[in-house]
Ligand binder design. Sequence first.
Ligand SMILES: [Zn+2]
Length: 222
Amino acid sequence: MTADKDGNNTLEEQEQDVPEQPPEAVEAELQESVPEKLDVHIGKTWKEEDWRKLIEKLVSEGLVNWQGVAAVTLGELNPPQVGTSLASNANIKKRYPPKKAWQAVKSWFYDQPLGCRECKTLLKLEAEHIVPKEELGDAADNLDNLQLLCKRCNAKKRPSHKNAGLTHLTAESGLMWILLQFHPKTYDVFKKLCRDYGMTMADIRFQEAWALAEWLKKANRY
Ligand SMILES: [Zn+2]
């Protein structure tokens, strides 16, 4: 199973979106590993201290406050709709008597080990097909074939996203990292930085992310 562009992840959405999502339009991932661009792999090279300083800087600049940081973190600890979407998936529902799917999904859900099966994070967990739907078809929608992975580790499993695991940032956070870390003066510089840092998504996602710079400029804060 894959996540949609909003980071939500449901089987129903997957049926609509996958398998034909053009990779460049789905989410930023890293291109072929480029050793001279090691900073691309910020998930590995940045230490806890670096992340702490970044968040403190954003707070001191008034871009976010601690309440906001807490709210986002708390929200990402809650895997919303992972259970309910599975329980409403037609392929899963038909395996159980009417109105009994939720009980089965709930016990599968509660039985899962703590955190992402791969990297152990508790953030952005998604249900993921162990054997992909491309191989099994509808039979893949079976609780025995599902596990919890974080959005990053889930993306990493896709053949088109083979370097995704090099960073623990998601596409949206990677774009903001580039914007706020480098403060590029113009959109063109921002776009170049995104490409230099291995973002493979369509330009429109860069343009979308650039909105924050435009808003800050209007407030004389960029
Ligand atoms: Zn993970």
